[in-house]
Design a protein around this ligand. Structure first.
Ligand code: HEM
Length: 122
């Protein structure tokens, strides 16, 4: 009986020590500024994706692949399709008729972001 008591006490403290030692270990911290780098695209990259089935746009400094979103867009296709392959901030901001998109639409953008737009790149 005493042996059982001693060995289970020993096992208990062994486990407690193991968990404590485990909690001391932490993954090495990320280096300062080590955020996953976003790809950068220029106007020529955009222009290679200028069809409704393969539709990239630059909006507010970001590059987006809207190929899968286009069929879901609420307007007539001919309103949005001409902007494939182009810088479309103004068109997005005004819906080409002076009215901004809703916060809901703004929230959708993130889902399609693939990189940054470099204005000064060909
Ligand atoms: C860049 C070219 C675009 C143009 C010219 C454009 C234009 C329009 C128009 C005319 C409407 C319907 C009428 C109206 O609500 O006033 C509309 C609605 C809408 N569009 Fe766009 N759109 C563009 C891009 C986008 C993108 C990239 C998204 C999201 C990823 C988007 C999301 C929506 C949503 C959610 C609506 C419903 C109304 C709202 O929430 O504002 N649109 N858009």
């Amino acid at each position: 009986m005493r042996r059982l008591y001693l060995s289970s006490t020993f096992l208990f403290w062994l486990l407690v020590t193991a968990f404590w030692a485990g909690s001391l270990w932490a993954p090495p911290p990320l280096e300062a500024g080590a955020v996953a780098a976003e790809k950068t695209y220029g106007a020529a990259d955009l222009a290679r994706h200028a069809t409704p089935a393969n539709c990239w746009m630059a909006i507010r400094g970001g590059v987006y692949d809207f190929s899968s979103y286009l069929p879901e867009h609420p307007s007539r296709p001919d309103v949005i399709e001409p902007w494939c392959g182009r810088e479309a901030t103004e068109a997005y901001n005004t819906k080409t008729k002076g009215r901004p998109h809703s916060p809901y639409a703004d929230g959708l953008l993130d889902k399609y972001r693939i990189g940054k737009f470099a204005v000064d790149r060909p």
